[in-house]
Design a protein around this ligand. Structure first.
Ligand code: ZN
Ligand code: ZN
Length: 605
């Protein structure tokens, strides 16, 4: 490692004279560049963290570039904080796109481009452009894409770094096809980012990439602050050709990017829950466009957003989905067909959305309906005790204090109990939120275990209580369907899946049967349009004063819903894509006038 020797030299992209600076004050009312005079001896350029005088105080900020916007009096940049440049012009372009798309302060976007600094780690880091260029990988590997509709076109596009693709792997090929896509980009001599939804447990896709491509791969999956920053600096210095990680990996400073691959793109964890509230899917599409790379959005069942974004679909040419039978729920969800399938199975998964053993119905001591004494909520029997599902209080009768209840049985614990009486193999639950399918047995668990664990090859998957999944919320049905699909995908293509539903014609249930989300998407696109939140139209939740609704109405939103909490007025609005930029400009203006206090993009509805 020789980069340390260069730290005395001059940064090739150093600027001098008037520069625009994004001051690290992430509020909309100050979300504009400020001009400062940069002295050449500070040796700073685009992406450098500097100190500037701002409202009478020394404040940090990032150099954005030279500017012609020079006011009468211009203050000097006081100091360069670090020799590390935190972004280049292309990453700045991405940040500006995100600022616009999410109506977020640029400072909060720039903060997301790199992990928090650990100064001690910077000593060894290089100055700017990476020192190591990628050695193209030799050919070889699998050719699964050849068996996919539009697969050869995707294979070619990855070599060239073009297009946005919706990739729907066959269930048992989810990991292998990700490996193939990564390999194709490396063979073309270009680097790769793979974003997975979760760090713990490590998704099978991430493990496989790391094992296959060895020291070319940086895993960016959480961990200590120091390690994260060290890894980020190493990636920036060109030491890795593939970065695999959660959301922040989408901003990895890789040179020569050829592919951004999003695994399980519909997963809720791909959205950032704090400002700038970005979704990895949008970041990937924008970054691929800016850098001339391919963007692959992979999912067993793609999201309705991806379907509506016009991505080209790549899917197996022949059906590779287990047969899915829909049966009416029997007593306690024990449909006869499921019971007889369980008798014969060696390896199975039963998906039960409810936790616990049952819900208390009536107090056996006084005969009153069972509710929480503290808050009136329902009481659930779980792990041997009874607790309120709302406030968590110890369950006792709200009328007489007794803890002796009649239960309506149902939930993971109860299913485990009756399944153990039926199955010929051991029945178990999840262990520490994980499941493992390497031994014979029936596993009973809920949505929290349905993750990328690699091919499971089960004989049987049962989806219990499909009806209980009709939850409120705009995208609840879609999330539930993708969880069902990921669970059903654990069955071998010649295995079997049984869904218990009293509405066999439901769009989600029928999509599961078909192994294809198209029917659900068609219905969902209509439902969202009717609800006033069409797919593809940005949604914002804006907080501010009571003057807010009339100001926002003037912007002609598709939908505007207003509510008040204390002194604060909350507005939920959806905006036609072509009006989104005007909305952003108005929101910044309203923030500067004190009418808007907060904007949240794409809130969970
Ligand atoms: Zn309660
Ligand atoms: Zn009672």
């Amino acid at each position: 490692m020789s980069s340390g020797a260069r730290s005395g030299s001059t940064t090739s992209s150093a600027l001098s004279g008037p520069v625009s600076v994004c001051v690290d004050r992430p509020v909309l009312s100050l979300d504009r560049p400020f001009t400062y005079d940069l002295a050449p001896e500070l040796d700073a350029g685009v992406g450098h963290l500097v100190e500037v005088p701002f409202h009478g105080r020394r404040t940090r900020g990032w150099v954005l570039g030279p500017t012609q916007d020079v006011p009468g009096r211009i203050l000097p940049v006081k100091a360069r904080v670090s020799h590390v440049s935190f972004f280049d012009r292309r990453m700045l372009e991405l940040a500006l796109y995100l600022r616009e798309r999410y109506v977020a302060p640029l400072a909060s976007v720039l903060k997301r481009l790199s992990p928090p600094r650990v100064v001690a780690e910077e000593r060894a880091a290089g100055l700017g452009s990476p020192e190591r260029t990628l050695e193209a990988l030799a050919g070889g590997g699998s050719d699964l894409l050849a068996g996919y509709r539009d697969g050869p076109a995707l294979a070619e596009a990855i070599g060239e770094g073009t297009g946005v693709w919706s990739l729907r792997p066959a269930p048992e090929e989810e990991v292998a096809i990700a490996l193939e896509c990564v390999r194709r980009s490396l063979v073309a001599g270009r680097r790769v980012i793979v974003v997975v939804p979760e760090a713990v447990p490590v998704p099978a896709t991430a493990t496989a990439i790391s094992e296959t491509f060895g020291e070319r791969v940086a895993l960016f999956l959480g961990g200590a602050k120091r390690t994260r920053y060290r890894t980020w600096l190493d990636v920036r210095d060109g030491r890795y050709d593939v970065v695999v990680g959660t959301r922040p990996a989408a901003f990895s400073p890789l040179e020569g990017l050829g592919l951004i691959y999003i695994s399980r793109e519909g997963h809720a964890a791909h959205r950032e829950d704090r400002s700038p509230y970005f979704h990895v899917r949008d970041v990937a599409i924008a970054r691929a466009r800016i850098e001339g790379a391919s963007c692959v959005l992979a999912a067993l069942f793609p999201s309705v957003e991806t379907a509506a974004a016009g991505a080209r679909t790549v899917a197996p040419t022949r059906r590779r989905w287990p047969p899915v039978e829909v049966v009416r729920p029997g007593p306690e969800g024990r449909a006869p067909r499921l019971v007889s399938a369980l008798r014969q199975t060696r390896r199975a998964f039963l998906y039960e959305p409810q936790p616990g053993y049952g819900i208390a119905q009536i107090c056996r001591s006084c005969g009153e309906a069972a509710t929480c004494a503290a808050c009136g909520g329902p009481l659930r029997a779980q792990e041997g005790s009874i607790r309120c599902t709302v406030c968590g209080a110890d369950g006792s009768c709200g009328f007489c204090g007794s803890a002796n209840f009649g239960l309506r049985r149902g939930g993971v614990e109860r299913v485990r109990e009756w399944a153990a009486r039926v199955a010929a193999v051991p029945v178990r639950g999840a262990s520490h939120g994980r499941v493992s399918f390497d031994r014979d047995g029936v596993t009973v668990a809920g949505p929290e275990v349905v993750r990328d664990v690699g091919p499971a090859g089960l004989d049987l998957v049962g989806i219990l209580h499909a009806d209980a999944a009709r939850l409120p919320g705009l995208s609840a049905a879609e999330r539930v369907l993708s969880t069902w699909a990921e669970a059903v995908a654990w069955a071998r293509p010649d295995g079997r899946a049984i869904v218990q539903s009293s509405e066999p014609n439901d769009d989600a249930v029928q999509s599961l049967v078909q192994g294809n989300p198209d029917r659900f998407h068609r219905a969902e696109i209509g439902r969202r349009r009717e609800a006033g939140f069409p797919v593809g139209s940005p949604v914002f939740r804006v907080a501010g004063t009571s003057a807010l609704p009339s100001e926002l109405r003037a912007l002609h939103p598709i939908t505007l819903l207003t509510s008040g909490v204390g002194d604060e007025t909350l507005c939920l609005l959806s905006v036609a894509p072509e009006r989104s930029a005007a909305f952003g400009a108005a929101a910044r203006d309203l923030a500067a006038r004190g009418l808007v206090t907060r904007v949240e993009a794409e809130p969970h509805l």
